[in-house]
Design a protein around this ligand. Sequence first.
Ligand SMILES: Cc1ncc(COP(=O)(O)O)c(C=O)c1O
Length: 383
Amino acid sequence: MYFDNAATSYPKPDTVYEAVLDAMRNVGASPGRGGYRQSLEAGRIVFNARESAAEMFSISDSSRIIFTHNATASLNLALKGSLKQGDHVITTSMEHNSLMRPLYALESKGVELTIVTARGDGVVSVSDLRDAVKENTRLIAVAHVSNVCGVIQPIQQISDLCREVGAFFLLDAAQSAGYLPINVEKLPVDLLAVPGHKGLLGPSGTGLLYVGNSIELQPIIQGGTGGYSTATEQPLIVPDGFEAGTHNLSGIAGLQAGIQFILQTGIENIHDHDQSLLYQAEQALRKIKGLTVYGPEDPSCRCSVLSFTVSGVDSALLAAELDHGFDVAVRAGLHCAPLAHKTLGTLPGGTLRMSPGWFNTREEIAFFVDAVVQCTHKLRKSE
Ligand SMILES: Cc1ncc(COP(=O)(O)O)c(C=O)c1O
């Protein structure tokens, strides 16, 4: 039973498997690399996927969407392509290593970095972010939803702050895309990093980065773009200059099908389903003595994941016991976000994290809770 959708979603809708296979078996060619029928068809697949992603995030010009291989690649491009020596960037203590490590690397090259510590429940204070702003602040980078405790950050206020102080806003939507509505132009967001393989239900090896008009992004990978071949420098044209090399055509075809599935199902329905499963799990788990749930007290201020510990029980052993005894897949540990655990007070062991998806049922949640009760009992007895 799979409850690790925060890492990658599984299973995918049937239409995703079919689209992947169809693109591999029946199209096969590289988009934008030839004038023959198959290459044009491949180009259409990529274009349609861009259009669907634009619809999903209310982006009026789909050419501002760059396909990548995951949210990590999107974040690296967003940060390294927009920040230079002397710039100041603000982020928070709730971020994933895929945002923090590129920032540390940039810091070693002369970018100034401020990490604002969130409250004990993971919520970032907008006034603390404001206090961190300097004259050279170029970017504020924040995860919409924490992969550690599911806290939903106040992104509208953060976007407003960015407008007020003239900084760009980078939103890491790794845990919110496909779960919460995101309107890029209304917020607004300047850079939106999205994995294709989590909430968007696409295959692994897919992701995207939206780049607003006001940003002049620099490419971080140089190579063939299909066009502009005589240029010795990488073209700065979005998206072509930023998608060097052969596309993940079958992955993008599957991503298109995943996004279509979400658009047809309705993001509100997906969100409601996810919230109701998380709520059911939380209410039942709270009956276990010594169990602590992390993040804001109010479950409506969290989404996508439920993170908890049980006193006297090692989270890693609990996850292993759930896997071996009950075939339940959950993740234990630090979830690639050590500062978030420092903030929440869950170092060094971290938490046990469960993250249901669209295809999980109430019966499965009941099974999961029962399995946690039994494993906890067993581990406590063996102490
Ligand atoms: C908040 C957050 N940002 C970024 C990432 C990186 O995503 P990807 O695995 O697509 O590179 C993750 C992955 O779990 C995440 O949770």
